[in-house]
Design a protein around this ligand. Structure first.
Ligand code: SF4
Length: 382
């Protein structure tokens, strides 16, 4: 296919595809799926070889958020029967993190529900970062605490945070449909504050919320323009008790096309397979390793993931290797800062496409609320 040859050439040169090309990837047929995966896989191997970086989530504070993000089981008014607890003590968070590191994770992601941290919360997280770094040599720590106020990014950086995560989630045009308590520009601003403070920025999206192909392309182009070092791609986990509980819009094939599109637009950026991979990719998960170079090990914030040992077996079986702490994730030209990629310019307009009709067969049986690990007495999944 001319399209795929063009996209491979551009990906190897770190050149931005056009919007039409990105949309065309999403519009490819199931007959073309393996060709799409193989093409994006060439770009993945050029910049990241066969390495897979493992990241481990620790939910420092779960549930009872005052914000109303529709996709989130921790949102205001959520009826999802998730674990609810307030701040983990630094030692408990460090123990949870150590389990992830022992399982092969090189980055620990410290997440707290809420609009954003208070200054006291930043103190707590700073103590937690110190405890984790003291007890786990060489581990990278990413904080994900919501919208940041002035000076907080600098304080987190000074406390040892290597990275800050704040996802854009969906396109600016549809952001108001998924959340009314903050807006897209608030999210962009927090990512930029993290970058300005010298932290590596991590910002991604959620697919499967009823968005159009054009929305998906818009958010990925917006991310490329922000130039984060990592882009987590989540697939909506439709929790019972949230407004998006009935949004089962994805097939494994569509999930792979979305990952391929993200790889073509962000060729040399860490693309991370995030929440929902088990639910939506199901038995096609190993194919996604040809597209992403990073994933979350074990459980998510409020739902259970595949057993950590199965993640490791899947990586080995598919011919990939877990990235060690002695290896730098990003290619040489992107190291030492958040820059390096070309800004998104010259994107041409293309007509909006619509999402496929939801399948009659929903898979609610696949959504398992987390009942182990941080905030419980049961061992974590790592
Ligand atoms: S995504 Fe974050 S801010 Fe939004 S409801 Fe969930 S915990 Fe709150």
């Amino acid at each position: 296919m001319d399209l795929l040859n063009t996209l491979v050439d551009k990906g190897l040169r770190r050149e931005l595809p056009t919007r039409e090309e990105a949309l065309a990837v999403l519009a490819t047929s199931d007959d073309e799926l393996l060709d799409v995966v193989a093409a994006a896989g060439k770009v993945r191997r050029q910049w990241f070889g066969r390495r897979v970086k493992l990241n481990y989530l620790v939910n420092l504070k779960s549930g009872l958020c005052p914000e109303d993000c529709s996709y989130c089981s921790q949102r205001l008014g959520s009826k999802a029967e998730i674990l609810k607890y307030t701040w983990l003590k630094p030692d408990d968070a460090s123990k949870a993190a150590a389990a992830g590191v022992a399982g092969g994770a090189k980055r620990v992601c410290l997440v707290a529900s809420g609009r954003g941290p208070t200054d006291r919360d930043v103190d707590r997280v700073s103590e937690t970062i110190s405890a984790i770094k003291e007890q786990n040599e060489g581990v990278e720590v990413c904080a994900c605490l919501g919208l940041l106020s002035d000076g907080q990014a600098e304080r987190l950086r000074a406390a040892g945070a290597d990275a800050y995560n704040h996802n854009l989630n969906t396109s600016e045009a549809t952001y108001g449909d998924i959340c009314t308590t903050h807006d897209f520009s608030d999210r962009v601003s927090t990512v930029q504050q993290a970058q300005a403070a010298g932290m590596s920025a991590c910002s991604g999206l959620i697919a499967g919320m009823g968005e159009t192909d054009a929305d998906l392309v818009d958010v990925v182009f917006a991310l490329r323009e922000l130039d984060p070092d990592s882009v987590p791609v989540n697939f909506l986990i439709p929790f019972e008790g949230t407004p998006l509980a009935k949004e089962w819009n994805l097939t494994p094939q569509r999930a792979l096309r979305i990952l391929a599109m993200v790889r073509f637009v962000c060729p040399d950026i860490e693309v991370r397979l995030a929440g929902g991979r088990e639910v939506h990719l199901r038995s096609l998960q190993p194919l996604a390793l040809h597209l992403v170079n990073s994933l979350f090990l074990g459980d998510y914030l409020t739902s259970e993931g595949q057993a950590g040992k199965d993640d490791l077996a899947m990586i080995a079986d598919a011919g990939f290797e877990v990235e060690g702490t002695d290896t730098t994730t990003l290619p040489e030209h992107r190291r030492g800062g958040c820059g390096g990629a070309q800004p998104a310019t010259g994107a041409a307009e293309a007509p909006a496409a619509t999402v496929p009709a939801p399948s009659d067969e929903t898979r609610r049986d696949l959504v398992a609320v987390r009942r182990r690990g941080a905030g419980t007495d049961l061992p974590p999944n790592a």
